[in-house]
Design a protein around this ligand. Structure first.
Ligand SMILES: Nc1nc2c(ncn2[C@@H]2O[C@H](COP(=O)(O)OP(=O)(O)OP(=O)(O)O)[C@@H](O)[C@H]2O)c(=O)[nH]1
Ligand SMILES: [Mg+2]
Length: 222
């Protein structure tokens, strides 16, 4: 839940990239880091094992100055997807303000996606967050590979929810900023409703988004 000091000077938002092992959560952050110019972001911190699998978390921070005195720090984390790291996932998920669920599009991974989503539901409950209320977006990553679930099938399955569903290939920097944007939009709405980002701090939805994403390079790697 948002960290916000009473003098209205500082707020910290925590966004979490969740999903099964090897779905591309770390790769999303690496691509975001490359796609967004240095001006708007901090450095990417990665805590890896030798074979590139996350053991604790990755963190990419952003800082936004509002027209008021308020400064907003956005901390974007990944969880480790391997089943055995469940305690760490809970710790990273604790006090989250928004979640991007990164699924692996390969047909062979559907069971892992489902289990990871169930794990997300369970762990949100554990840390006292209502899955119906937290800003949540879904990304189907690895669209560049063969033997993937067709997009129509994804949309049919998830169409019942009103969650944003994004197709991506983090390896090629595709769909990465779109996913982040969708998560930021939802998060803005939720925070604005609670503390009046626009009314009290002069920060409109558009300026919130553009302060981060207008810094994207116009020529993403493809
Ligand atoms: N082909 C393809 N490979 C990808 C894509 N995104 C990630 N990968 C690869 O998948 C592997 C796992 O990616 P990571 O980003 O480390 O996965 P993760 O979700 O952080 O995994 P954990 O930290 O174990 O939870 C790496 O070899 C990536 O290069 C993609 O869009 N397409
Ligand atoms: Mg990782």
């Amino acid at each position: 839940m948002i960290e916000y000091d009473e003098q209205g000077k500082k707020m910290v938002l925590k966004l979490v990239y969740y999903g099964p092992a090897m779905s591309g959560k770390t790769k999303n952050l690496l691509s975001l880091h490359d796609l967004i110019e240095k001006k708007g972001r901090g450095d990417l911190m990665m805590l890896d094992t030798a074979d590139d699998r996350t053991i604790y978390f990755d963190l990419l921070p952003f800082l936004i100055a509002c027209p008021s005195v308020l400064k907003i720090k956005i901390k974007v984390y990944t969880v480790p997807g391997q089943v055995k790291h469940d305690a760490t996932r809970k710790a990273v998920l604790s006090r989250a303000d928004g979640v991007a669920f990164i699924a692996d599009s390969r047909l062979a991974e559907m069971q892992n996606n489902a289990e990871s989503f169930e794990n997300l539901e369970k762990n949100l409950g554990f840390v006292g967050i209502d899955i119906e209320k937290i800003p949540l977006v879904i990304q189907f990553n690895k669209r560049d590979l063969k033997d993937i679930i067709p997009e129509e099938e994804v949309r049919e399955t998830w169409g019942k929810t009103d969650l944003p569903i994004l197709m991506a290939s983090a390896l090629f920097g595709k769909g990465v900023t779109e996913t982040f944007w969708a998560l930021l939009e939802r998060t803005y709405e939720a925070i604005d409703a609670r503390i009046g980002l626009n009314a009290n701090h002069g920060l409109t939805r558009e300026s919130f988004l553009s302060r981060i994403l207008s810094l994207s390079t116009s020529n993403p790697k493809s």
